[in-house]
Design a binder for this molecule. Structure first.
Ligand code: KIV
Ligand code: ZN
Length: 517
């Protein structure tokens, strides 16, 4: 049996550090359950001391999510470690992940510490964390730009203090693959107690090399890789989990290692992350991009039709992409829709199925062909549903080259019907103005984008907005064959999220538990 590579998923922590990728408790919990379906070994759920919201997310995930280790991040100080343990202690397999930088650049300019002080602090804090749990991971931040003999000294000392996993991050994404692999080999050869622990790597993608560096590290002895779904993360992101896992699986001839990842859950996980964060995957992204298995040139299409492996090194079904087995249309029933949803990685409750079915039927009335992407858009909307204080009942617009753009909206605000009309620079501007007036929102629109889900003039419009109110930033998404309606839905979805976040914060202040569906 080949060596196992442990997958430490940090989408909920480093991934959330992507600009604009913040997630609320309900979304984090949903993603954590999907990560369990993916069978990752460790979920890094957050940084408990960072804010009460972060603390609550880590605690809820630790308390409720089973069959996986749950880690919480802590700097090397007692307050952080206490907060991490307080959040994690109800969990089945808690891990404290504590870190301190080892590079002279960080020691001198950021921490203002000598190497001796750093070593002393790291040992003391690993020992402190180990009083809570034997499952302690220590990370040497900026390790790849640190003096390697110093890292070896620190790592040996923290092993003696009780660390079980040692993480060697390329914090700034500076390393090159052969160099990074050599550093890992050096650690393996120069840390006397290395065989007592798991050596881990955590690579950033500033030079586009995070996956390559992680693979080079595995070849030289790393056995845990820290990564994120879709490669999300600080700045240019982290090692993309799906790329690393599929590289190991596809090239087991050259890289004889395995992971426990249920690869058919990769595509649903990728979709879930992009729908929660609003950060779409670029079409040419490896493994999960829309074009990753699309063949455009005639020669390639001909080859694939004759024999798939002529141009496909992976089977799309292996990542959960099982397009085209069931084709849905106007006459499809509830059962076919349920099967299609399962094919796309969603297991629906009866209530969710009813709602998805109602929307599917409405769409099928106006759109001849229902593609998988259309069904997915409805699924994501319904599965990630939040309470709807604002609901659109109807919308009518007037626009054109010779008329003043006008929008008339009828909607429910906390169950009460309201309506009104407004003028605007264009029909979407008019729609947003009247919705703002009817809801009384004080939020600011930070970002607006519109794209089409599939090709053709009957394709559904997919609108994404980012809103800010009182320091809270949310995304809103809406899909509809009519782009003005899609825009109105996206705006209302964002406003509903803002209301939900505000009420959750209120509930927390009053000391009640979260209202999670
Ligand atoms: O990039 C980094 O060094 C980190 C550490 C906290 C592991 O995210
Ligand atoms: Zn990082």
């Amino acid at each position: 049996m080949s060596d196992k590579i442990y997958i430490f998923d940090t989408t909920l922590r480093d991934g959330e550090q992507s600009p604009g990728a913040s997630m609320n408790l309900q979304e984090k919990l949903r993603l954590a359950h999907q990560l369990v379906r993916l069978r990752v070994d460790v979920i890094e759920a957050g940084f408990p001391v960072a804010s009460p919201g972060d603390f609550e997310c880590v605690k809820t995930i630790a308390d409720q999510v089973r069959d996986v280790e749950v880690a919480g991040l802590a700097r090397c100080n007692e307050k952080d470690i206490d907060a991490a343990w307080e959040a994690l202690k109800g969990g089945e397999q808690p891990r404290i992940h504590t870190f301190l930088a080892t590079s002279d650049i960080h020691l001198r300019h950021k921490l203002r510490m000598s190497r001796e002080q750093m070593l002393e602090r790291a040992v003391a804090m690993v020992r402190y964390a180990a009083r809570y749990t034997s499952n302690v991971e220590f990370s040497a931040e900026d390790a790849s730009r640190s003096d390697l003999d110093f890292v070896c000294e620190v790592f040996e000392a923290v092993i003696q203090a009780g660390a079980r996993v040692l993480n060697f991050p390329d914090t700034t994404g500076y390393a090159l693959p052969d160099e990074f692999g050599e550093k890992i080999r050096y650690l393996v050869e120069h840390i006397p107690s290395i065989d007592k622990v798991i050596l881990s790597v955590h690579c950033h993608n500033d030079l586009g090399l995070a996956v390559a560096n992680s693979l080079a590290a595995i070849a030289k002895g790393a056995r845990q890789v820290e990564c994120t779904v879709n490669g999300l993360g600080e700045r240019a992101g982290n090692t993309a989990m799906e790329e690393l896992v599929m590289a190991l699986r596809t090239r087991a001839d050259r890289a004889p290692f395995h992971t426990d990842i249920a690869t058919e859950q990769i595509y649903p996980a990728s979709k879930l992350v992009s729908s929660i964060t609003g950060i779409h995957v670029q079409p040419n992204k490896a493994i999960v991009g829309a074009n990753a298995f699309a063949h455009e040139s005639g020669i390639h299409q001909d080859g694939v039709l004759k024999e798939r492996t002529t141009y496909e090194i992976m089977n799309p079904a292996d990542i959960g992409l099982t397009k085209g087995n069931i084709v849905l249309g106007k006459h499809s029933g509830r059962h076919a829709l349920k099967r299609k949803s399962e094919e796309l990685g969603y297991s629906l409750s009866d209530d969710q199925l009813n709602r998805v079915f109602a929307r599917f039927k409405k769409l099928a009335d106006v759109k001849k062909e229902i593609f998988d992407e259309d069904v997915e858009a409805i699924l994501m909307d319904e599965v990630l549903r939040i309470p709807e204080a604002y609901q659109l009942l109807s919308i009518g617009v007037m626009s054109g080259s010779n008329s003043l753009p006008t929008a008339a909206v009828r909607m429910l605000v906390d169950g009460e019907e309201k309506n009104g009309a407004a003028l605007g620079v264009g029909p979407i501007d008019a729609t947003f103005r009247i919705i703002a007036e009817l809801t009384g929102t004080t939020s600011k629109l930070l970002y607006f984008s519109v794209s089409s889900i599939t090709g053709g003039t009957d394709a559904q419009g997919d609108v994404l907005v980012r809103l800010e109110d009182n320091g809270r930033v949310v995304i809103g998404q809406g899909t509809d064959p009519d782009i003005i309606t899609a825009a109105a839905k996206a705006y209302l979805n964002g406003l509903n999220r803002l209301r939900y976040l505000a009420s959750e914060e209120e509930r927390r202040r009053e000391g009640a538990g979260p209202a999670i569906s």
